[in-house]
Design a protein around this ligand. Structure first.
Ligand SMILES: C[S@@+](CC[C@H](N)C(=O)[O-])C[C@H]1O[C@@H](n2cnc3c(N)ncnc32)[C@H](O)[C@@H]1O
Length: 282
């Protein structure tokens, strides 16, 4: 199946430059920077090799949006965003120079300052290396942590509350392995309810990458940490994203999280400021 063309202002700026220079074709990425194709340029439009065409007016619309990626469908563009009935929040695919992030209710779901979403993911994963055996990823988002974990683990179970967020992942070229890697099992549900259904000591690693405390307080609660402790194997490791540990709010949330993780039974909890989180050992 051919994949739809997905663009942001990053990809269309060179198209406009090429038009101004009078070029008749240009290399452009149809998938937010992953690959390139040759597109033909005419005074009226740009023609992609898959047959889609885009007017300069549509391209101008993409160029002026800094917060949306766009899908090209039937020779027109549509912003990749959805209002989620399940959570009453707007989700959208947020462009960066590299892998996109996602906005949920106005909050960006990955680091985009001093790191891009992929570097952010690699830093999280590096804290619990080697990532082996069976991995639980409590908050799918765009699936970057699940995809990275599944490169070395036997299996990754990943949970997403919001069908709207999963739709963003489905349209994101950087999330394709989330839907094609047979080692990844996606669950739609509330991690707070789904994790208690797992067996004791059934995971080697846990990646807990929730939204900020103000959006998802119960995922930072003692009750939830006790469940994470229960399902983790002895010798297992948990990475828990919290936010900038050195910021005022991050510091406060971290102190509470450290205490509750220890109360939940974790023998050692270590700050990992480079990954904006902590690692807890069982
Ligand atoms: C910070 S993002 C996760 C980013 C992800 N690790 C990645 O690599 O792209 C947090 C995600 O958790 C989801 N979420 C929020 N509350 C949740 C819950 N109770 N259970 C499961 N997922 C939840 C949000 O919809 C969002 O997609």
């Amino acid at each position: 199946m051919t994949q739809p063309v997905i663009l942001s202002y990053i990809q269309v700026e060179p198209l406009l430059d090429a038009k101004n220079k009078g070029l008749q074709s240009i290399e452009v990425s149809p998938d937010l920077g992953l690959t390139t194709v040759t597109a033909a340029i005419t005074p009226e439009r740009v023609l992609f090799p898959d047959g889609e065409t885009l007017s300069w007016q549509s391209i101008e619309k993409i160029r002026t949006s800094r917060v949306n990626c766009f899908i090209v469908e039937d020779n027109a563009v549509r912003p990749i965003q959805v209002f989620s009935e399940a959570t009453n929040r707007m989700c959208s695919l947020f462009p960066t120079e590299h892998a996109p992030s996602m906005l949920i209710g106005g909050f960006v779901m990955h680091r985009i300052k001093d790191a891009d979403p992929m570097q952010d993911t690699l830093r999280k994963i590096a804290t619990i290396k080697p990532v082996i055996g069976r991995v639980l990823d409590t908050a799918t988002g765009l699936g970057y942590t699940a995809i990275e974990a599944a490169k070395t683990a036997d299996e990754a179970i990943t949970i997403e509350l919001d069908p709207g967020a999963q739709e963003m992942a489905r349209l994101n070229p950087w999330s394709r392995a989330l839907f094609t890697n047979p080692k990844i099992h996606r669950v739609i549900g509330d991690a707070f309810e789904v994790v208690p259904t797992f067996e004791d000591a059934s995971f080697d690693r846990i990646i807990h990458d929730p939204p900020v405390f103000s959006l998802a307080g119960e995922l930072y609660s003692g009750a939830f940490y006790r469940e994470l402790f229960r399902v983790l194997k002895r010798g297992g490791r948990l990475f828990h994203y919290i936010g900038d540990l050195n910021s005022k709010s991050g510091g406060t949330v971290t102190r509470g999280a450290l205490r509750r993780l220890q109360e939940a039974g974790f023998v050692r909890v270590v700050r990992r400021p480079e990954a904006f989180g902590v690692v807890a050992y069982k």
